[in-house]
Ligand binder design. Sequence first.
Ligand code: PLP
Length: 394
Amino acid sequence: MEKRRLYMDYSATTPVKKEVLDAMMPYLTDYFGNASSFHTFGREAKSALDKAREQVASLVNAKPNEIYFTAGGTESDNWALEGVAFAHKDKGNHIITSKIEHHGILHTCEYLEKHHGFEITYLDVDGDGKIKLEDLEAAIKDNTILISIMFANNEIGTIQPIDEIAKIAKKHKVLFHTDAVQASGNVPVDVKALDVDLMSMSSHKIYGPKGIGALYIKTGTKLHTFVHGGAQERRRRAGTENIPSIVGYGKAAQMAKSNMENHVQTLTNLRAKLIKEILEKIPYTRVNGSMEDRLPGNVNFSFEFIEGEGILLMLDMLGIAASSGSACTSGSLDPSHVLMAIGLPHEIAHGSLRLTIGDFTTEDDIDYIIEKLPPVIERLRSMSPLYDQAMKNK
Ligand code: PLP
C-alpha cells in the first residue's frame, strides 16, 4: 500500500493552487515580455503587473500604488526596517519591536543595532504571546522612529491587537510597521481601518508561488530604497519584475479574498476538533498561543517529557509533515525564541509540535492525525527517563 502523505505545515509554505498555476503559465511562455519594454510584449507584461497589483491591494484594502512587489516577506521586512531607519535617522535612532518576531525582523534589528548604532527595544509578551500595550507606550521615547510588531505569529498563531498598537503609534507620531506574512490572505486585514503605515506580505503562505511578496507603503511614508538599480516599482524597488510570480500572487490574493469567510470558518472548525481530541486523548499536553485571537490554521502543542524532534521523525515515518518548536534543524538545540518568550520552561518547550492546516486539509486528515499522534507520544514517553521519573513520583 502506498504511504499516505499528509501535509500539516501550511505555515511553512502552501502548495500553489491549480488556478494560480494556470494564471501564471502564459507569462512564462507566450507573454514573456519585460514590463519596462515599449513594445506590445512589454505592454502585455505591464498590464498583467497592474492587474496583480490591484488584486493584492484589494486583499488588504490598500490603493494599488501603495503596493510594492518584493522577493518575499523577508525582503519586505528588511526594507521596512532599514528603509525607515535610514530615512528618519535625523529624527531618532530608536526602534521598538517584540521578542517573538520572525527572524526577518529580529536579525535586521540586530544588524541595525550592531552596524548602524540604532537602539532597539524588544518588548516582552504575555503567556499567550501578546505584547502589553502599556509596555509599548512606556517604551516610546522622543527618539523613537518606528514600531514593528507582527500581525500574527508564525509559530503559535497569536494575533496581536494591531488596531490598538496603531493608535498608540499615531498618538506619539511614530511610524508603525506590521509583518503580516502569516495574516494577510489567511484572516481579514484592512490597512485603512487598522491605520498601519507599512505592512509585509508574502505569496507562498496563501497558495501562490515562493519568492514573491509585497510591502504596503502608505501614501506619503518616507523611506529609503532598499534594492538599487532601475526605475521599476515607481523607482522604489529596482529589478526586472518577476511577472509570472506576480501574476500568481495576484491570483492567489484574489482567491483568498473571495474565499475568506469559508477559509476562516472551515479551518477554525477543523482546528477546534483537533485541539479538543488531542487534549482529551493525550495527558500532560498544553496548547501554546491565544485561544481567542489565533490564526485559524494554527495548532501548537507541548507534550511534556519528550523531544519535538522525536515526534517529527515518527510522524514523518507515518507520512505526516509537521514542524517543531525548536531550532534543531539550524544546528542549535535551543528551543524556539517564541516559546521561551511566552514563558515555557526549556523542557516543555522542547516537546513542542506545530500542526498548521490549510485549504486542502480534510476532516479525514484531522481524523488521521488524531488516530496516529497519541501512540507516537505514548511510544516516545515509554522511552523517556523523565516520564518514568514523573510517573514514579506521582
Ligand atoms: N514573517 C513571518 C511571520 C513569516 O512567517 C515568514 C515566513 O515564514 C516570513 C516573514 C518570511 O517570508 P518569506 O518566506 O516570504 O521570505
